[in-house]
Design a protein around this ligand. Sequence first.
Ligand code: BMA
Length: 384
Amino acid sequence: MACTCLCLYASRSQAQRTGERAVSGPIDPHATTETRALFLNLRSLARSHVLLGHQDDLAYGHDWIGESGRSDVKDVAGSYPAVYGWELGGLEHDKTNNIDGVPFADMRRWIVEGYGRGAVITISWHMDNLSSGGNAWDTTSNVRAILPGGLKHRDFVQWLDRFASFANDLRARGPSGTEVLVPVIFRPFHEVSGSWFWWGASHATDDDYRALWRFTVDYLRNEKGVHNLLYSYAPNADGAGHDHYMNAYPGDEYVDVLGYDEYFRPPHAGDADAVVAMSAHLRWLVTTAESKAKIPALTETGYELIPDSTWWTSALLPAIKSDSIGRRIAWVLLWRNANRAKMGRDHFYAPYKGQASAADFARFRRDPLMMFESDLPPLYRLPR
Ligand code: BMA
């Protein structure tokens, strides 16, 4: 697929000649029609609506695992989420199940199902630390060894090959009935501004992180012919706000979505200050993303265990909605509802039937700004 690289430059210069801005679509000039449509539709829908997403929504919930058609979000709000988050940890070793016990075969099926209902798919990857043999949180060695020329680079390429096979295997019926690849918003190496992952700020120089990111994109796009991906950069807002957001930014040619991971944490999770802080971050994020013709999104958020029964309408909604610019994010993704029996403790970010904030979440769902799956316009047809 060596020609892809040349085509990339050809299409850019063609875009320049015709006066079209080179950045007006996704970074992959060969993105599938549905992937390009998703990019354009999400970018414009963000101006008026915010999609609600949930991690692992169809796989399990607080009190159930693998029940067909079940979703904690749907149980409480009457609709599936508009965005489904999935996690690839374990795929690098060709495992049957991911880091949280979700069988990859089922994940593929749920991805295709969600797409079939018109929703958006996004994927994270808590990839093990190849150099040390530890997990994603093992920071004892850094990214150098997996970069081109590094001792472990070939192994890393094999991990990307596994991901490429996964992405190229997400086949579904498209809008016109023909077979298409499901577009996926890929969010690798997330929360780089924190230092809890091996690719995080204290463990990788900004240049090394950028090299890792660019190699990953170039390899998947140009060598492996993966053209159903939009790429989301997603630093973490905790502590530093947006001051460090751009430090490791891979560049406008390498990023489609400017994401942000920001959680509400006790004891200030519902405070006016927390709401104001998030609102300011989102204002900055949207302003920056729009200036680059990218998509802004709150790629992870939530308040673990949601002990405040009105938190959705008294904290999260105002944090998103109160600023007329900050509210122009494309989606907000709540982290997973771990199964209580399996995990041995509570670890959830969306309400489930009977949870203290369930009624308020249903109110949140009815806000005209918010969109769940049943509210979505078609996202996979190119806008006229
Ligand atoms: C973390 C926690 C872990 C989980 C990991 C990957 O935030 O939810 O329990 O294993 O994400 O999904």
